[in-house]
Write a protein that binds this ligand. Structure first.
Ligand code: ADP
Ligand code: TRP
Length: 334
């Protein structure tokens, strides 16, 4: 792994998530689960990117509520604030300063090539400057904490590459300053399919939420799109969304068995829907209970986030002081 200049002693793993709607299985497997695992073996930086959400969320109430809800979701799933640094992006506003500084070494062309921006515009989101500059703020998020590894789903890979480009540009202009980060994408869960078989995403109304109630979950699973093969016909597990969802929760033996039943014929998709429901429901039930309990502990959650922000801010300021010195923004004699 390429790192500059002095490698911090512990591997730093960092990722963020927007507080804009109920978290779904794509978020869980693509980002949250690898993050929670990473807290055991590295220094984990996990934060709620509310400045990013401001590019699309227009209601103060929704943003406020969404922020607390994602925090509670993460804590319920096992994020341990004793083992990690967990905070809300806007509680460390230094990131906005770094974002501006990085903007000044970022070419327009680099941002114009970002597919996530183009997709959002194609979906009808009216672009504002924040949406266009989104990857620069994300680069600032990553570089401010000198993170090495960024666990994300496949859709965010390009943004991590853009971050590397920006860091390289800055380093070559001002001398080695930033660590060059790498995305961490587990190929098995890089792209979790939604109810319609496309990428699961809150923008496509095809999600299965981690914390939905049993009856809602069951109803949604009944909506998973399959081909129209009759019960007795042999079926193709590889191209079936239900099979893919089942495989996320099943043992390799269970996956093999179900694959055989698909190919043999005589298996109804309705039966697989029940199996998928049982798996998902069973997996998240304990987390759901913890999540309910957290609803009554808002003050405690706010305290956890404030403590996390304090730790993050200390590290952020170390980097920012260096950047201010190198760029000449710090004009006084040190
Ligand atoms: P959404 O597409 O629902 O708006 P976000 O863009 O907020 O989701 O994604 C938050 C995190 O979850 C990112 O790291 C992203 O890569 C990951 N992620 C989102 N959807 C999926 C998916 N379907 N499969 C794998 N990872 C995903
Ligand atoms: N862009 C990411 C998403 O939409 C969220 C994000 C913001 C992020 N800053 C980050 C992810 C820094 C990883 C690292 O999902």
């Amino acid at each position: 792994m390429t790192t500059t200049p002095q490698e911090p002693e512990t591997l730093r793993v960092l990722s963020g998530i927007q507080p804009s709607g109920g978290l779904h299985l794509g978020n869980y497997f693509g980002m949250m689960k690898p993050m929670i695992k990473a807290q055991e073996e590295s220094l984990l930086f996990c934060f709620i990117v509310n400045y990013h959400a401001l590019t699309t969320v227009r209601s103060g109430k929704d943003l406020r509520q969404g922020t607390l809800e994602v925090a509670m979701d993460f804590l319920a799933l096992g994020l341990d604030p004793e083992k990690s640094i967990f905070w809300v992006q806007s509680d460390v506003p230094e990131v906005v300063e770094l974002s501006w500084i990085l903007s000044c070494v970022t070419s327009m062309g680099l941002l114009e090539r970002c597919t996530s921006y183009k997709d959002k515009v194609a979906r009808g989101i009216v672009p504002n400057h924040g949406l266009f500059a989104y990857p620069v703020l994300m680069a600032a998020d990553i570089l401010l904490y000198q993170a090495h590894v960024i666990p994300v789903g496949k859709d965010q890979k390009q943004h991590v590459e853009v971050t590397r480009d920006i860091a390289e540009r800055f380093n070559s202009q001002y001398g080695d300053t930033f660590v060059l980060p790498e995305p961490r994408i587990d190929p098995d869960v890089a792209l979790i399919p939604g109810l319609d078989g496309q990428k699961m995403s809150k923008s496509y109304d095809n999600t299965l939420e981690i914390f939905s109630e049993e009856n809602v979950l069951r109803k949604k699973i009944m909506r998973v799109v399959t081909d129209s093969k009759a019960v007795e016909e042999p079926k193709d597990p590889e191209n079936d969304t239900l099979f893919k969802l089942y495989s996320l929760f099943a043992s390799s033996e269970e996956i093999r068995d179900l694959g055989k039943r698909y190919r043999a014929g005589g298996l109804a998709y309705a039966t697989v829907k029940d199996m998928v429901f049982e798996k998902i429901n069973h997996h998240f039930k304990p987390y759901r209970e913890k999540r309910h309990a957290l609803n009554g502990e808002r003050a405690k959650v706010e305290r956890i986030l404030a403590d996390g922000a304090e730790k993050a801010r200390y590290i952020a300021n170390k980097t920012l002081r260096k950047v201010r010195r190198k760029t000449g923004l710090q004009y006084q004699k040190a």
